[in-house]
Design a protein around this ligand. Structure first.
Ligand code: SF4
Length: 242
């Protein structure tokens, strides 16, 4: 399970500096860290006009992959939300998200330059403020990466599926998240994220609560166990409707 933290603030408030320091510190501690950056400009592309990849896209390619000696880059010509972007990541301990201040339900650090910004940014999932503080929350400076990393290691939890299935012992994902922040629940306590069964329909992931995951996993394992080669640790099944 990958734990997530959002670093939120208004334009040019110093988010990137905080992200850089935090990524550096978490990496120094041996964690595998990834980042997601929210870009608001509509016409933005990471590609550069005139480059071969740019020309491929202009010709109509929807997916462009560039393979260089020390970098693998994928450019997809379509829009996606934060949930999709995070769910496709693998092999990381933490994902640090720069921006997406409207997104609720993950631990966040609010970077504010005045009281009005703190009021807009610091929600119930805020673990610290940088710059101007809010009562009851630790106030950090932009260079306080060690203190921030301590808080992230203690409080950050994965992006929750929003199923409100109560398997964790809490009535909703929101309550579970708040319990993790308050030190009352473990960050890996969401049963739906254990992935005993994964369902995608037309390429889109459908969240399954732990009960349904268990049903599907047990039913499939039972059905396939009598087949030659039907036993194994990981089963993948693709169904195409006529
Ligand atoms: S088990 Fe996971 S999906 Fe279910 S309510 Fe708890 S946090 Fe939400």
């Amino acid at each position: 399970m990958i734990r997530a933290l959002a670093v939120v603030g208004f334009k040019e408030s110093g988010k990137t500096q905080v992200v850089e320091g935090l990524v550096r510190e978490l990496t120094r501690r041996g964690h595998h860290v990834g980042t997601v950056k929210h870009v608001r400009e509509r016409g933005f592309t990471i590609d550069r006009p005139g480059k071969d990849t740019w020309r491929h896209a202009r010709a109509g390619a929807r997916l462009i992959v560039s393979v260089a000696p020390r970098e693998l880059a994928t450019i997809e010509k379509r829009s996606a939300g934060l949930v999709e972007a995070v769910r496709r990541l693998r092999g990381l301990d933490f994902i640090i998200i720069e921006g997406f201040r409207e997104f609720k339900g993950i631990a966040r650090v609010a970077i504010a330059r005045n009281a009005s910004e703190v009021k807009k940014l610091a929600d119930e999932f805020t673990i610290a403020c940088v710059g101007v503080g809010k009562r009851g929350l630790p106030k950090l400076g932009p260079q306080d990466s060690k203190r921030l990393a301590n808080l992230v290691e203690r409080k950050a939890f994965p992006l929750l599926p929003g199923l409100d299935c109560e398997y964790c012992g809490y009535k909703s994902c929101r309550e579970f998240g708040l319990a993790v922040l308050g030190g009352k629940a473990r960050w890996d306590g969401c049963g739906a994220l254990r992935e005993r069964a994964v369902l995608t329909i037309d390429g889109k992931r459908v969240p399954l609560n732990p009960f349904v995951q268990g049903l599907i996993a047990n039913m499939l394992a039972g059905m396939l166990s009598s087949l030659k080669g039907g036993r194994g640790k990981q089963i993948e099944l693709k169904v195409v409707k006529e």
